[in-house]
Design a protein around this ligand. Structure first.
Ligand SMILES: Nc1ncnc2c1ncn2[C@@H]1O[C@H](COP(=O)(O)OP(=O)(O)O)[C@@H](O)[C@H]1O
Ligand SMILES: [Mg+2]
Length: 335
């Protein structure tokens, strides 16, 4: 498959007074053209900082200290501020969890989406831009686009606001849309609608999506390929079917068990024991071992590399896992 985005050994660290926080600690991710790729992990694992690094929106005391980020032929880390401004919103766009904070409360949503067009295309007039906004509102399923054009953010429901954000992200036909927890603030019915909308937009407009969420159930629904991230590192990555059929990392297993099941009985939600470690004081060895039921003495001493392992689902060969349990069957891939 042809590659659209390639992130290689990205390290984004925060240099705080108390010490260095390795929020993103050597992450490599690939997003093929015409695909939806998932990045999943508990809160605090470095997912948003990975996204912000791709957009080059990391603020002090954070800094990208290693790696490369390539969007087709563009090597983004060599770009100037102006060049990046042109990439953002135009070639790569991003939507956030809480649309209320991303939308300006004092302007109508129509105006805000229109300005997302004219900021990148000064040759497009106001009327033409308005028509584009109405078209995109229709495409993202906003009823009565003409009326909604003149609405203020607070006059819309959470679901409609997220549709506006998706519209704003899609209106310049970006090659890549990064969606950071796009449905976390929504209830499950609206969540399902938004996910199916994103899936359809991906197909119709051929925009690839990097979908970030803490919920493995969400990525399972929409993604072709999944990266599981823990405390700044990718622990397992595989095609979606493969990941569910042949779950290899104990952390991925824990996330699987945490997916809420819809049953008639009341269930206690499963939680992986313990918490994500303080990144400033990462344990020696495997960063997941203090929470792992399978940890052996070696896991507390040595950090496991990524192993490429045999897949069980045909046609999904790219399965990698960072765990010593797979040392014998896997091939060492990186440190
Ligand atoms: N401004 C900051 N200063 C220090 N550490 C930060 C800062 N911003 C983020 N971090 C660190 O980066 C880690 C990863 O954050 P984030 O990428 O937002 O996690 P996620 O999106 O997976 O919930 C946090 O746990 C925190 O330790
Ligand atoms: Mg986040």
């Amino acid at each position: 498959m042809e590659e659209l985005l390639r992130v290689n050994n990205l390290k984004t660290h925060f240099f705080t007074k108390k010490g260095v926080v390795p929020a993103v600690d050597g992450v490599s991710i690939s997003v093929p053209k015409s695909s939806i790729v998932g990045l999943v992990g508990e809160s605090g694992c470095g997912k948003s900082m990975t996204a912000m690094s791709i957009m080059q929106l990391i603020q002090k005391p954070g800094k990208i200290i290693n790696g490369s980020i390539e969007l087709e032929e563009d090597n983004l880390l060599t770009y100037s501020k102006d060049e990046m401004r042109n990439i953002r919103g135009n070639k790569i766009s991003m939507i956030f969890q809480e649309p209320m904070t991303a939308l300006n409360p004092v302007y109508t949503v129509g105006r805000q989406v229109r300005e997302a067009i004219t900021i990148h295309h000064s040759n497009i007039g106001k009327e033409e831009a308005k028509q584009k906004v109405l078209d995109i509102f229709k495409a993202v399923g906003i009823p009565e686009p003409e009326r909604r054009y003149n609405s203020y953010p607070h006059q819309l429901s959470g679901g409609l606001r997220q549709r506006v954000m998706i519209g704003m992200a899609m209106v310049c036909n970006p090659k890549l849309m990064i969606a950071d927890e796009p449905t976390t603030a929504l209830d499950v019915t609206i969540e399902a609608q938004i996910l199916s909308l994103m899936k359809n937009l991906q197909k119709e407009r051929d925009t690839s999506i990097l979908m970030i969420t803490h919920n493995l159930g969400v990525v399972a629904e929409v993604c072709d390929y999944i990266y599981v991230m823990y405390a700044g590192k990718v622990m397992e990555q595989a095609n979606t079917f493969e990941l569910f059929k042949n779950t290899c990392h104990p952390y991925t297993e824990g996330l699987m068990k945490s997916i809420p099941k819809i049953t008639s009985e009341k269930q206690r939600l499963y939680n992986i024991k313990g918490v994500v470690p303080n990144l400033m004081k990462l344990p020696k060895g495997c960063r997941f071992c203090p929470r792992c039921d399978n940890a052996k003495p070696r896991c507390f001493e040595e950090e496991p590399p990524l192993y490429k392992i045999k897949s069980v689902v045909e046609g999904s060969e790219d399965h990698y896992v960072r765990c010593f349990m797979h040392e014998d069957s896997g091939v060492k891939y990186d440190e």
